[in-house]
Design a protein around this ligand. Structure first.
Ligand code: ASP
Length: 371
């Protein structure tokens, strides 16, 4: 909890200022950014809809926070939107009003980009601040297994089988949402926007998907994603040299889908009615928080804390999520990395910076093994 406010503030601004290179990449930058934003929004929506169908947590209402009534947000959208903007950012921080902090951070990030050269020293300071917060988060994560063991043992003992069944449905909803992305979202996008064969695409990127799933870190998978983009997809370095590092930092489709699922799961557990306004809020948070997710193992646990805090919900669900994360992270990271490569292939193809002979070649490049 201590880290949530400064972590959000620093990492979000730092993420936005990384887009600085966009100016020099104009059409490429615009295209990939649009793709990343749109696909994350769609991913979060698909996650939310899947969870609304499966309804994980519905049979365990009130189990996590017995006796505490959590206020459903039933204001109209315009009022709601206005209340996202802080009158006083310091007050927003002291009260832990996450939506206001997120909006303020986005504005500061955009302002720093507009400042250009003059903003460099502050950008450096903010990047250092983000690094510091991530290191402290890692300290916390080191002790997390013991804390999680104690909390989950306590929870299972006091809640029993009912909760476990709901947790099972939550994992199913999460993985079904990821499956929908892989089977029903990416193939039509590749075909329609990139005029590329989805089967060949998946065969070509399989090594990167495997590394993503086994390391559960987009950052650690980056070298293999690059090798795959160059050697198997035939995309020019001009494209992947920009889109892949950017994607590994800001484009997290798997996490965006998970945010949709977690938001519904938490609302059900805490007995919050899911109104259309709340759904829009989930989608907005899915987009923004997936951008703020670092490409490292377990980053999504902290982001889930920010999500619950933003939705005004208690953090009692976090130990449960943390205990499940090693299983969930495999799927999330695989989709995070696949999403980056789908965007890279589509943009490469649209800019005619893809070698179709390499893409369609029956043989996979051996250079991947060397790299
Ligand atoms: N482990 C994920 C990644 O590196 C981030 C997350 O926790 O969702 O892509």
């Amino acid at each position: 909890m201590m880290l949530i406010v400064p972590l959000t503030f620093f990492t979000l601004i730092s993420g936005i200022t990384k887009l600085e290179d966009l100016r020099s990449f104009r059409s490429l930058g615009g295209m990939i950014l649009l793709y990343y934003a749109a696909s994350s929004l769609i991913a979060c929506t698909l996650g939310m809809v899947t969870a609304l169908v499966i309804q994980p947590g519905k049979k365990a209402i009130g189990l996590l926070d017995a006796g505490r009534k959590i206020e459903a947000s039933n204001f109209n959208f315009v009022d709601n939107l206005v209340s996202w903007f802080p009158k006083n950012p310091i007050e927003a921080m002291s009260q832990g009003n996450m939506l206001q902090i997120i909006i303020f951070s986005i504005i500061v990030g955009v302002g720093l980009l507009a400042l250009g050269k003059k903003g460099q020293s502050l950008i450096k300071l903010i990047n250092d601040g983000a690094d510091l917060m991530i290191v402290i988060t890692e300290f916390v994560m080191k002790t997390a297994p013991y804390g999680i063991l104690a909390l989950v043992a306590n929870m299972v003992a006091s809640m029993g089988g009912k909760m476990l069944a709901e947790v099972g449905r939550f994992i199913a909803a999460d993985y079904i949402a990821l499956g929908i992305l892989l089977v029903f979202l990416y193939p039509p996008l590749l075909k329609l926007l990139g005029k590329l064969s989805p089967n060949r695409f998946y065969r070509n990127i399989a090594p990167a998907m495997l590394v993503a799933g086994s390391t559960t870190s987009s950052g650690a998978t980056l070298p293999i994603s690059m090798a795959v983009a160059e050697g198997n997809l035939g995309v020019s370095e001009k494209v992947w040299g920009f889109t892949l590092p950017l994607g590994a930092t800001v484009n997290m489709n798997g996490m965006a889908a998970a945010i949709g699922v977690i938001a519904v799961f938490a609302s059900n557990l805490y007995g919050v009615t899911i109104t259309p306004t709340l759904m829009l809020q989930f989608m907005f948070l899915g987009l923004v928080l997936s951008i703020g997710t670092a490409g490292v193992k377990g980053a999504g646990i902290v982001i889930s804390g920010i999500l619950l805090q933003s939705l005004n919900m208690p953090l009692t669900l976090i130990p449960i999520l943390a205990s499940l994360w090693p299983v969930l992270d495999i799927g999330h990271t695989t989709c995070n990395v696949t999403g980056d490569l789908v965007g890279t292939a589509i943009v490469g193809s649209r800019m005619k910076l893809i070698d179709k002979k390499v893409f369609n070649s029956k043989k996979l490049a051996s250079s991947i093994n060397k790299k």
